[in-house]
Write a protein that binds this ligand. Structure first.
Ligand code: PEP
Ligand code: MN
Length: 334
């Protein structure tokens, strides 16, 4: 980290900075140019709060040399992480498909979709039991009953289950029943929840916030890993832009960018990214060709009657057809 000092910075203004950060175990080096004076910090700068630097009025600006995410970043963890979650591998070329409805609705619905996505080759079953809905009047999931139905579907098919946690109130029950805990886009910066989910030491699927930068996503992953979990899967699910023809704008470049910055697996969610079932296939194939470590896709046996996200849900037959194409893309790019 380098601090650029304002012109005319006085020694009596600089000394307190030196003392404060030396006390944190950092090595301080001064660089005096003709017109500019700088201070370099060497050591573990990830714990520096930038406000604690900018509070010194002689500092003009800060330049970070290394990223503030040490555990999620590639710098201190150069080898790509491959996670084994109940015998299914994900990361480093091991491709995983998570498929299922937006929400668990009935026993018949979740079992039927689980069986069909499994027979098409999905590795994990998704299904929301606690749904973050924009409208307080919309269907918000079956809650604990939804978790029980997911457990039933796992028992029937053997597919590990992925479902979203919304409140710390349910940490214990998620720890017991859920195989991959999803943190939704709207909770990506719910730091208390991130830390507490991390403490469960279970696999986590972390979705990128609606208007979050790549760095913010990685800092949220850092929260979870520093809490104790090591298996964190990143998920790009579209971000807010000025474009309104799609629900969100899929940031496909997030795949290589995240792979360069982080060792963690990167999934794409073409369903929430586009909002339309007819766009799911092309974006799934593009993500596969673009190096994603897998996809999370909404599949519903009766999209017209779905209680949530029917417009973006593909039918089991379309999913089956898509799986065949994904296979071909994977062979072509391998
Ligand atoms: C979901 O997966 O159903 C969901 C609500 O996703 P997101 O948090 O990405 O909107
Ligand atoms: Mn959904």
């Amino acid at each position: 980290m380098i601090l650029i000092l304002k012109q005319g910075a006085q020694e009596n203004e600089i000394e307190p900075i030196r003392q404060k950060f030396e006390a944190m175990g950092l090595i301080i080096q001064e660089i005096k140019g003709e017109n500019t004076r700088m201070i370099g910090f060497a050591g573990d700068t990830s714990k520096i709060n930038e406000d604690d630097v900018m509070v010194h009025s002689c500092v003009e600006r800060i330049m970070r040399v290394s990223e503030p995410y040490k555990l999620a970043g590639r710098k201190f963890h150069p080898e790509t992480s491959i996670f084994d979650i109940m015998g299914r591998k994900i990361g480093g070329g091991e491709f995983a498909i998570i498929a299922g409805p937006c929400s668990v609705e009935t026993e018949e619905q979740i079992i039927s979709i689980a069986e069909s996505v499994k027979s098409s080759g999905a590795n994990f079953l998704r299904g929301g039991a606690f749904k973050p809905r924009t409208s307080p009047y919309a269907f918000k999931g079956l809650g604990l009953e939804g978790l029980e139905l997911l457990e039933l579907a796992r028992k029937q098919t053997g597919l590990p289950i992925v479902t979203e946690i919304m409140s710390p109130e349910y940490l214990e029950v998620f720890a017991e029943k859920v195989d991959i805990i999803q943190i939704g886009a709207r909770n990506m910066q719910n730091f208390t929840l991130l830390r507490q989910v991390g403490e469960l030491k279970k696999p986590v699927l972390l979705k990128r916030g609606l208007s979050s930068t790549i760095e913010e996503l990685l800092m949220s992953a850092e929260y979870i890993i520093s809490g104790g979990a090591s298996q964190v899967i990143l998920c790009e699910r579209g971000i807010r832009t000025f474009e309104t023809t799609t629900r969100n704008t899929l940031d496909l470049s997030a795949i290589p960018v995240l792979h360069a910055k982080s060792h963690l697996p990167v999934l794409i969610d073409p369903s929430h990214a586009t909002g339309y079932s007819n766009l799911v296939e092309s974006m799934s194939l593009a993500a596969t060709a673009g190096g994603a470590d897998g996809l999370i896709i909404e599949v519903h046996n009766n999209p017209e009657k779905a209680l949530c996200d029917g417009a973006q849900s593909i039918r089991p037959e379309a999913f089956d057809n898509l799986m065949g194409k994904i296979q071909k893309i994977r062979e072509a790019v391998r």
